[in-house]
Design a protein. Structure first.
Lengths: 113, 139
């Protein structure tokens, strides 16, 4: 339970730090790199000490998750859909998350399960 | 196109907007931990690359860019959408960098200290992402 609370605090700080860094950087295409920073992964090193094998499994999960499907399911469709159909970013971002999750589970099922 | 750091941009974001990002980051990190605990590290690993920063940033950029144009008496909606689209391209490149991050952690974490591996993997993510951004800039 305490581990979850620590993550709750550290996760907020790491995500906010990368977001602030992205705010300050120009041009915006460069700042966008920090929108895909490994923020959640960096906020979980505490658990790595306790469970020796699990981080490797997690990294494998992350590896299968971080590849092209994420790019093609979240970023690039978001970019083209927003400009082509003039949709609000909040709508496109929210609809992209289930797409990301679906693809992540599909790739995980095929490659790891 | 030169890379610049503009600290004044921080003041454009309100305390409320920072709080939303902070809370979102907290929730996603805790959710990743709970998922790993409940369903195992394989499934938990999927959530380590959850797009936690981009969705919140995208909505803020759209709002700020739209407001900026409207303050000048112009219709700013198109400008806001285009700014988010430009940032999305950067995030797509950063996602490729994440592949390098996960590869390094996967291969080196079993035999090395977690902090060393995570630091090296973060540098690898940054390096790969920046190189891809540079390549895209010249193509």
């Amino acid at each position: 339970m305490s581990q979850i609370l620590v993550r709750f605090l550290i996760g907020g700080m790491v995500v906010s730090a990368f977001a602030i860094l992205a705010d300050m950087l120009k041009p915006k295409s460069f700042a966008g790199l920090f929108g895909a920073a490994p923020s959640v992964a960096l906020a979980t090193p505490g658990s790595h000490r306790r469970q020796r094998r699990s981080p490797v499994c997690r990294a494998r999960g992350a590896l299968h998750d971080s590849g092209s499907h994420r790019i093609f399911c979240v970023r690039l469709p978001g970019e083209s859909i927003m400009t082509r159909y003039r949709l609000k970013s909040v709508l496109v971002a929210l609809c992209s998350i289930p797409l990301w999750a679906g693809m992540a589970f599909a790739v995980w099922t095929v490659c790891l399960n | 196109m030169q890379i610049k750091v503009d600290a004044s941009a921080i003041r454009q974001t309100s305390f409320y907007e920072y709080s939303i990002r902070f809370l979102f980051g907290r929730l996603m990190t805790a959710a990743a931990g709970l998922t790993a605990k409940e369903y195992g590290p394989g499934i938990g690993g999927l959530f380590l690359t959850f797009p936690a920063i981009f969705p919140a940033s995208a909505t803020l950029i759209e709002k700020h860019e739209t407001q900026k144009k409207e303050n000048e008496g112009l219709a700013g909606e198109d400008r806001g959408r285009k700014a988010v689209a430009v940032e999305a391209v950067g995030s797509a490149l950063g996602s490729i960098g994440l592949l390098a991050f996960a590869l390094l952690v996967w291969k080196f974490l079993p035999g090395h200290g977690p902090w060393t591996v995570l630091a090296a993997a973060t540098l690898a993510w940054l390096r790969v992402s920046v190189v891809l951004w540079e390549v895209r800039k010249f193509t």
